[in-house]
Design a protein around this ligand. Structure first.
Ligand code: ZN
Length: 401
């Protein structure tokens, strides 16, 4: 299974200059290819194939106008073309309906002003992790890396990214073998809710940790500060960087939290069931601004790949049956309940039910998991102690994804 491991880079000024040049060249190659295909289409000529595009690049490098493309690694340029080819293919597949999911638009020109710049090196261009821990990039140099954890194996490619906050990252693609985890007995259903980040069928309710909430507060504050700055002013530029940094910090903290929670859940349980978020669209329409929103899909994706990695069962259930109507203990349908009703007594069996836990149990049951329903009954909330709540780490550290 292919996984991405990313790390902060600390490029020196000359590395930055080399990277800036490579970002620029990759962008020009991408845009040249896109322009050539658009012109061919407008002129009624046949589609320019990937091979033809590659031949044109080789020819362009021999001309004086594009001779500077030779100053960067050829692989970076090939990969920029590969990106364009993929974008075109995805667009055509989406047009013809071969590609599932929402319609995607045609590839767009890249801009010098894009806040996120990226280039990719593949193994055949001899990028290398040196014994001294630096990352050797062809025609750029040996860039220091903050190794927050070891790479599990040889990487097949590395993408170097400059994000909107001006930070550099190296994202390695590595092959990770299935890890051996001892078999676990429990199975669990998860309800992703608005009052809690997640509610488990065993009655645990998990709120987002304090370090994440604090980062979110900071983000809102910097956003307000930005909105008060005059357009085009130096101070606005500075405030924009502050917002980008705060965004990055929220994203990091959220990813950190999702990783910890998903790892814990996969470790503890043999099977995990979660409702399909696409089906849950109704509840989210009028609360779309929910801060949880972005976290959920990333969290579910993590659960899914970790389940595959560690040989656990993963179920995603389409929630067509209204889980709040049905008693998870006896299956009686009590009818709809307004959102403010958090707990009720089942008319069928008399069980005292908690709305969220009841939903989590129903999710597990819909996936065919045998969870014990009695635990869905109300009991004092015992939340998982998250890092930050315990107060041992005053600051969330930036961590690799
Ligand atoms: Zn009942």
């Amino acid at each position: 299974m292919l996984l991405r491991y990313s790390y902060r880079l600390d490029p020196w000024p000359r590395h930055r200059a080399g990277l800036a040049k490579a970002f620029g060249c990759a962008r020009v190659v991408f845009n040249d290819g896109l322009a050539a295909r658009q012109e061919a289409r407008l002129a009624g000529q046949p589609y320019i194939t990937d091979g033809e595009l590659s031949a044109r690049l080789t020819a362009a490098k021999a001309t004086p106008e594009r001779a500077w493309l030779n100053e960067v690694s050829a692989v970076v340029l090939q990969q920029a073309q590969a990106d364009l080819n993929t974008a075109c293919r995805n667009y055509f597949a989406s047009l013809s309906g071969k590609r599932k999911g929402p319609r995607i638009g045609p590839p767009k020109f890249r801009s010098r002003k894009d806040t996120r710049q990226a280039i990719r090196f593949t193994a055949n261009c001899r990028f290398k992790v040196l014994p001294n821990g630096k990352l050797r990039l062809p025609k750029i140099g040996d860039v220091p890396v903050r190794w927050s954890r070891p790479l599990p194996s040889q990487a097949s490619s590395v993408t170097v990214i400059r994000d909107s906050a001006g930070l550099y990252f190296a994202s390695f693609v590595v092959q990770a073998g299935p890890g051996a985890l001892p078999e676990a007995d429990p199975v669990i259903g998860i309800d992703l809710g608005l009052t809690h980040f997640a509610v488990l069928s065993d009655g645990r309710k998990i709120t987002s940790p304090r370090f994440l909430r604090r980062a979110e507060t900071k983000l809102r504050r910097t956003q307000r500060a930005l909105s008060r700055k005059q357009k085009g002013s130096r101070n606005r530029d500075k405030a924009r960087v502050m917002v980008a940094r705060a965004h990055a910090r929220v994203a990091d903290a959220r990813r950190d939290f999702c990783h910890q929670l998903s790892t814990a859940l996969i470790r503890e349980n043999q099977a995990v069931a979660v409702e399909d978020l696409a089906v849950n669209g109704l509840a989210r329409t009028h609360m779309a601004k929910s801060v949880h929103d972005a976290g959920w899909s990333a969290f579910v994706a993590m659960l899914e790949y970790k389940a595959r990695l560690y040989g656990r069962e993963f179920h995603r259930i389409g929630r067509f049956e209204p889980t709040s109507r049905i008693c998870s203990a006896c299956g009686a349908n009590d009818g709809p309940k307004p959102l403010h009703v958090r707990q009720w007594q089942c008319g069928g069996c008399g069980a005292q039910l908690d709305r969220d836990v009841n939903a989590a149990v129903n999710v597990a049951k819909a996936a065919g998991l045998a969870v014990t329903a009695c635990r869905a009954q109300v009991r004092p909330g015992s939340a998982l102690a998250q890092r930050g709540e315990a107060g041992t780490h005053p600051k969330p550290r930036r961590k690799a994804a």
